[in-house]
Design a binder for this molecule. Structure first.
Ligand code: PHE
Length: 338
């Protein structure tokens, strides 16, 4: 028995001399330490021995196994770091394609905001920003939203402290801009807004809006319609139709909600448009004289229009995305599609 162990060790030492590649070292490992290797073969003999000899023999095999493992691991280590070929021309084969670094890109929502900015830039709109932490004055009062309006309750707005809150709409930027500038005004204002909505496939406690505001002498509802029509056709496609439904917002009068013909099913009816062929994409209207009063504009001299659209909504419609939560999960499988 012990002879056998010695022989195996001797063989290994002989074979080691002939090994000069990583592959060779790995083959050696299989041969000696693998499931069908020499060490395992020796183990199988244990039950054939007289009981009193088994323990001693087992120990011998184990120390041999440790020795062999050391030797083979050493070889593997040696050749792993030696895989660089000696011939330099083989290292730098300039005809091989290079490794392309993966280049990042904008989030789909940022892409939508950029697209919206671009369309409106061509129509002469500047981009303006306002703070996300706001006061009740900018989010409500100045926008003609009375104290008893439901959107002012704790359920519909995140209050921070006293009258400080997270803005629930980008309409706040209308006021901030008009306080600083005299007409003519022509801006869009993208940004985040917050509402304590329960998160589901269509709702999120945070989402994005793009506000629009145009104020000048002689601005009419037809101008609003013309601008929105231009935007919708450019962004969604020339064949998309638009319709206005009468609505109410405290800061616009008259007000409308604007629908487009469903861009996903081409108005044939699908679950996104609830089989109606139309989907709402924004709220709009003519600036209420009370808003002009808040910013000390002459409501006799100036008129204007405003609109506010949901960025997630528009992106979902454009790309047929069924769940708003996908935008916020940072899953590369989703994001890399855009
Ligand atoms: N601020 C409104 C909302 O969040 C949208 C809107 C903006 C409506 C401007 C009219 C004019 O629902």
């Amino acid at each position: 028995m012990l002879d056998k162990l010695e022989r195996i060790k001797g063989n290994l030492q002989e074979e080691t001399k002939a090994i000069n590649t990583l592959k060779g070292a790995e083959q050696l490992r299989t041969k000696y330490l693998g499931r069908k290797g020499s060490i395992n073969d020796l183990m199988k003999l244990i039950p054939t021995l007289p009981v009193e000899k088994r323990a001693a023999y087992g120990q011998q095999i184990n120390s041999l196994k440790i020795e062999i493992t050391d030797i083979i691991e050493g070889l593997i280590k040696k050749f792993s770091s030696k895989t660089i070929p000696k011939n330099k021309t083989e290292i730098f084969d300039i005809t091989l394609p290079g490794k392309r670094p993966s280049i990042g890109k904008s989030h789909p929502l940022t892409q939508t905001i950029d697209d919206i900015k671009e369309v409106f830039a061509r129509l002469g709109f500047d981009v303006a920003y306002g703070p996300e932490v706001e006061s009740e004055y900018y989010n409500f009062e100045a926008l003609n939203i009375p104290p008893d309006h439901p959107s002012r309750t704790d359920f519909d707005t995140f209050y921070i402290k006293g009258d400080i809150l997270l803005r629930s709409q980008t309409s706040t930027v209308q006021i901030r801009i008009m306080e600083k500038q005299e007409p003519p005004i022509r801006i869009i204002a993208p940004g985040r807004v917050y509402r304590p909505d329960t998160v589901d496939a269509r709702h999120s406690f945070m989402f994005h809006q793009v506000e629009g505001l145009l104020v000048d002498e002689g601005v009419s509802f037809a101008d609003l319609k013309g601008v929105l029509n231009q935007f919708i056709k450019t962004y969604f496609g020339q064949d998309i139709k638009m319709r206005f439904r009468p609505s109410f917002f405290p800061f616009t009068e008259p007000s409308a909600e604007v629908d487009i013909s469903c861009s996903l099913c081409r108005s044939k009816g699908c679950n996104v448009c609830s089989y109606s062929g139309w989907v709402e994409i924004l709220g709009a209207g003519m600036v209420d004289p009370n808003v002009f009063k808040a910013v000390h504009y002459d409501a006799e001299k100036y008129t204007g229009f405003a609109f506010g659209m949901g960025v997630e909504r528009i992106t979902m419609l454009k790309h047929g995305i069924g769940d708003i939560r996908l935008f916020y999960e940072n899953d590369m499988r989703f994001l890399s599609q855009f």
